[in-house]
Write a protein that binds this ligand. Structure first.
Ligand SMILES: [Zn+2]
Length: 401
């Protein structure tokens, strides 16, 4: 039996993530995923297929319970219901919409503060370490056990009260056997919500981001990069996917929706190596009627693909005239936080300081109207023919040289 090891991602900006390393545990060497060969080994969260033995498969009803942990050094007492309202309803709508109705997030709350034994500054609650985050969760779960049957839930959300030592909001993903025993249930999937989820741009978006990790999505912002200026860590995908910069609450990219099981292979036009050109209508990713592909996957190596999808810049923009083509490179072997997805933008930013707060970077990433795109590194040419349907679908010609 393989041994699971824990490693800790660097605490970067607003998100920490404890992830586990399951060497060879997800071996699927014979499989393909959107035209790519699945690596023989899976190393934590990646853009390869998700190991749903460890992560949560977000299909059907996903049941969560939200608990509220009160620390003795609390500086500002909030109402649990207010925090629930900030975090949950818009997240439920996000998942309903982004999953095409395949995921229904149901969150029940224990509407009281659960007193904790120690202050936020106690090292035993350090959520940057797996063991102490587990201890924090375990104490909260133990104190709620008389009123919660944890067997009824897939995920536990714990919101901490505001104190000096309250961290940001890390995800907790434990391999089988390393979680928290709560009666017959082993709690393995949880989020401890911290200071950041009170921010204007970090409420329900934080819940969506961290729940994305629980379902197997990697971080799309960059680890190991100086956050001065802050946009430096968002040069891979900017605001175009909520696993990157959260403020706009952009829905997950098409590739990630395939990972989550919200799109299928048949929803993609896959153009394998050796194939010739193809001309195809691509539907807007958020206005699907399923008659045409939702995206294109063009494998450029065993583990990398160029992906194209059609969407507006703002997720709430329903004007079909505002859709454009988003082009990005996906690597199934790049680790979380190390650029598993890189957008190939149409043009450089022209953001003013106010817009930058919302869009951070890659503002001009969309290709709009008639456009000729040369991806010379990959010997691929993409042509938007200029044809546009009433629903915002765009006609794309792909040429492999
Ligand atoms: Zn994250």
């Amino acid at each position: 039996m393989k041994t699971s090891q824990f490693s800790l991602s660097k605490p970067v900006a607003w998100c920490f993530l404890l992830f586990l390393t399951l060497f060879a545990a997800t071996s699927r060497a014979d499989d393909t995923f959107l035209g790519l060969k699945v690596p023989a080994q899976s190393d934590g969260l990646s853009e390869g297929p998700t190991d749903f033995h460890t992560n949560l498969r977000p299909i059907g009803e996903v049941r969560a319970v939200m608990l509220f942990a009160l620390f003795p050094d609390t500086t500002q007492l909030e109402e649990p219901q207010d925090l629930y309202n900030k975090l949950v309803p818009e997240a439920q709508a996000f998942f309903e919409r982004t999953s095409y109705g395949r995921m229904h997030l149901k969150v029940e709350m224990v509407n009281r503060w659960i007193p904790m034994d120690h202050p936020t500054t106690w090292p035993g609650y350090d959520c940057s370490r797996f063991e102490s985050q587990r201890d924090y969760l375990a104490e909260t779960i133990r104190k709620a056990q008389s009123e919660v049957n944890f067997q009824n839930y897939d995920v536990v959300y714990v919101v901490g009260s505001l104190g000096k030592g309250l961290p940001n909001s890390p995800t907790f993903i434990a391999p089988i056997g390393s979680g928290i025993r709560a009666g017959e249930k082993e709690v393995r999937l949880a989020v401890t919500f911290g200071r950041d989820c009170r921010g204007a741009n970090w409420g329900f978006q934080t819940l969506c981001h961290e729940t994305g990790h629980i379902c197997g999505l990697p971080d799309l912002y960059l680890f190991g990069v100086s956050p001065k200026p802050y946009k430096n860590i968002h040069t891979a995908v900017g605001f175009w996917d909520l696993m990157g910069f959260q403020a706009v609450a952009s829905p997950y990219l098409a590739w990630q929706r395939r990972k989550l099981g919200w799109l299928d292979d048949k929803d993609f036009l896959i153009l394998p190596k050796g194939s010739k050109s193809s001309k195809q209508w691509i539907e807007p990713i958020d206005r699907r009627n399923g008659k045409r592909p939702a995206a294109v996957s063009i494998p450029v190596s065993d583990t990398e693909a160029i992906v194209c999808e059609v969407r507006p810049r703002d997720p709430g923009d329903t004007d079909p005239k505002n859709t454009g083509l988003l082009v990005y490179r996906v690597s199934m072997t790049a680790a979380s936080g190390h650029g598993p997805i890189q957008i190939l933008p149409a043009a450089a930013d022209d953001l003013n300081p106010n817009s930058e707060r919302k869009y951070i970077t890659l503002y001009n990433a969309l290709y709009i109207n008639k456009t000729h795109i040369e991806l010379s590194d990959y010997s691929i040419t993409l042509d938007l023919t200029g044809a546009r349907r009433a629903d915002g679908s765009l006609e794309l010609r792909i040429i492999r040289k």
